[in-house]
Design a binder for this molecule. Structure first.
Ligand SMILES: [Zn+2]
Length: 209
């Protein structure tokens, strides 16, 4: 068999191994039309019980990805046992890539996964009445952090992960984005970015004046 055909089969297997485990993330909530209690993407989401329920649901979807990942992995390993098939090697490599990208935590103290339980717990704690920021100010999860709606104070400096809403970019670009970012936000936390440092500096200057 020609080397081109082998490379094609390897790449096809690799692509499938990368995409297949993420299929629940791409379609699960979006196809089932579970939008009822959340504002449309990309609007900020109020911190309430609907948000916490959605976070728990998305956590389950992420776990579902691990289960789906077993299928191409088992298939690839079974085929590789009998013959060195490039497609099967690609499949196994793709799933291994998925496992590595998911297995490495973004913040070690938070725990593993895109939506660790500690994060959901922290968001849930924000629902308590004593967390209410200024007079009646409601908290909402914006693209880059959880902030107070009225005084704009940042309560939790965590960019909003993908919450399975129909994306405003459209189905194709939206899916591509979710696939590339793996359900994480495309933005770093405010303090780590240049913009965040700029905002902080500006705050200091205005304080000194
Ligand atoms: Zn406030």
């Amino acid at each position: 068999m020609s080397i081109e055909a082998d490379i094609f089969r390897l790449s096809f297997g690799l692509l499938l191994g990368i995409i297949l485990p993420r299929v629940p993330l791409l379609f699960f909530t979006r196809f089932l039309n579970l939008e009822r209690n959340l504002p449309p993407h990309p609007d900020p989401i109020p911190v309430d019980e609907h948000l916490v329920l959605r976070l728990l649901l998305m956590r389950r979807v992420h776990i579902m990805c691990w289960i789906i990942a077993l299928l191409p992995l088992i298939l690839g390993v079974l085929v590789l046992k009998s013959s060195p098939e490039p497609f099967a090697f690609g499949l196994v490599a793709g799933v291994a890539w998925f496992a590595i990208s998911r297995g490495v935590p973004l913040e070690i103290e938070r725990g593993f996964g895109v939506l660790p339980l500690s994060l959901i717990q922290d968001v849930n704690n924000l629902r308590e009445p004593d967390v209410e920021c200024c007079n009646g100010g409601k908290l909402q999860w914006e693209v880059r952090s959880i902030r107070c709606q009225s005084c704009r104070k940042i309560v939790m400096n965590i960019p909003r992960p993908d919450l399975g809403r129909m994306r405003s970019e459209g189905r194709f670009i939206g899916s591509l984005r979710v696939l590339l970012m793996d359900g994480n936000s495309a933005f770093p936390p405010l303090e780590e970015s240049i913009l965040g440092q700029g905002v902080e500096l500006l705050g200091k200057v205005t304080e000194e004046e």
